[in-house]
Design a protein around this ligand. Structure first.
Ligand code: ZN
Length: 111
């Protein structure tokens, strides 16, 4: 994301954190899986950027990790904590409000 204007990069990094919390609340995730998932959404994020975010979210108490065998190798899996789930709920409220205000509404043709 290094070719992005600084403001867009900041905003995208916040969106990346939301993606991480969302997926880690659904099932345990690991770094490379998360990188590929973000790539599918158009976020070209390096592990050098992603891993510090995961570590920060864990340090802040929103994720918890454990090493586990997966796909024939040991991986560090991250899951949302209760605090992470509550934070995600608060973010969802903000997101709903923001998208309601900022996104064009569907035209009212009854469809
Ligand atoms: Zn996602």
């Amino acid at each position: 994301m290094s070719d992005r204007p600084p403001l867009l990069r900041d905003i995208e990094l916040a969106f990346v954190r939301i993606h991480i919390l969302h997926h880690a609340a659904e099932h345990p995730i690991y770094g490379l899986w998360m990188r590929d998932e973000l790539a599918e959404h158009g976020y070209d994020i390096s592990v050098g950027t992603l891993y510090p975010i995961l570590h920060q979210l864990e340090d802040d108490g929103y994720l918890v990790s454990r090493e586990q065998l997966g796909g024939g190798r040991r991986r560090r899996y991250y899951e949302a904590t209760d605090a992470g789930q509550r934070l995600l709920g608060r973010i969802q409220v903000r997101l709903r409000e923001l998208t309601t205000e900022t996104l064009p509404q569907p035209s009212g043709d009854g469809a």
